[in-house]
Design a protein around this ligand. Structure first.
Ligand SMILES: Nc1ncnc2c1ncn2[C@@H]1O[C@H](COP(=O)(O)OP(=O)(O)O)[C@@H](O)[C@H]1O
Ligand SMILES: [Mg+2]
Length: 254
């Protein structure tokens, strides 16, 4: 059965797209079939990390949401493109065309389609996991995409605004009986080694912290030019992503 997981955050720039792209690559390298969907429809970014240019994206999620194409036409198999030799990695990108983004903001779309995306990806490719990279905040459209997923990863920094917002998000998701986990990202190195950090932040955000990822200058300097873990397999950030992937797999296996 296919499981869907939203990667969400209360505030922007917490590392959602970075986590989505790198985690998906690690999970594929472990042999899983993974699909990543850019649901940050008003500020898409996942395609840049994957190095997928506009001419490769013949159709996008926007075309599917407006019934202009079948889902399969908007899905790219980027397994070989990224040099992965195991598993499968699919990508469903959203439009970078200003007029199509404006149309979405003006007209909205049918949110039931999010659930259908997972169903279609299961039918077409028998994927194990669908990862939705979302838009930050608690606006209705984003929230609906998170609620449509089986579980969510809430990416948060240690900033008080992030922590408070993540607590609110986790409480809202709980009202919808949704399971959420927190990923503490960009942790200042001097805090990252505190043994009680994960349990303390779990208490503050009201969701279990399943990863504590330090701030790495190398990741920032990489500037989303490709999937970091594939370029730097021995970097500590990669080790963190592998640990997170293993944790996700154990959650999926119940
Ligand atoms: N652990 C980390 N250490 C250093 N920089 C990071 C880390 N995680 C993400 N970044 C950087 O932070 C910026 C924002 O990340 P991004 O994934 O685009 O956030 P979001 O999708 O939540 O807006 C990017 O430049 C990314 O490379
Ligand atoms: Mg993003």
């Amino acid at each position: 059965m296919t499981v869907s997981m939203a990667i969400h955050s209360y505030r922007g720039g917490t590392g959602k797209s970075t986590t989505a792209a790198n985690l998906a690559a690690v999970l594929a390298a472990m042999g899983l079939k993974v699909a990543t969907v850019d649901l940050d429809l008003t500020s898409p970014g996942l395609h840049m990390i994957y190095g997928v240019t506009a001419n490769l994206l013949k159709h996008t999620l926007n075309d599917y949401l407006y019934g202009k194409c079948k889902l399969g036409n908007a899905v790219l198999d980027i397994t070989r493109y990224l040099g992965l030799s195991r598993g499968r990695l699919y990508f469903l990108g959203s439009s970078m065309k200003p007029e199509e983004i404006a149309k979405l903001l003006r007209e909205g779309y049918d949110e039931n389609l999010f659930r259908k995306i997972t169903e279609e990806l299961e039918k077409l490719y028998s994927v194990d996991l669908v990862i939705f990279d979302t838009h930050p905040g608690l606006t209705e459209d984003t929230l609906l995409s998170v609620i449509s997923s089986d579980l969510s990863l809430l990416v948060t920094r240690m900033d008080k605004q992030d922590i408070t917002g993540t607590y609110i998000t986790a409480q809202v998701l709980r009202r919808f009986k949704k399971v959420s986990y927190a990923v503490l990202n960009m942790v200042p190195p001097k805090f990252a080694s505190i043994p009680e950090l994960a349990s303390e932040v779990s208490r503050l955000v009201g969701a279990p912290v399943i990863a504590v990822i330090p701030f790495y200058e190398d990741v920032l300097e990489h500037r989303s030019h490709g999937v970091f873990v594939l370029k730097h397999p021995r970097h500590p950030f990669t080790t963190q992503m592998v640990k997170l992937a293993e944790r996700i797999v154990s959650i999926l296996r119940g």
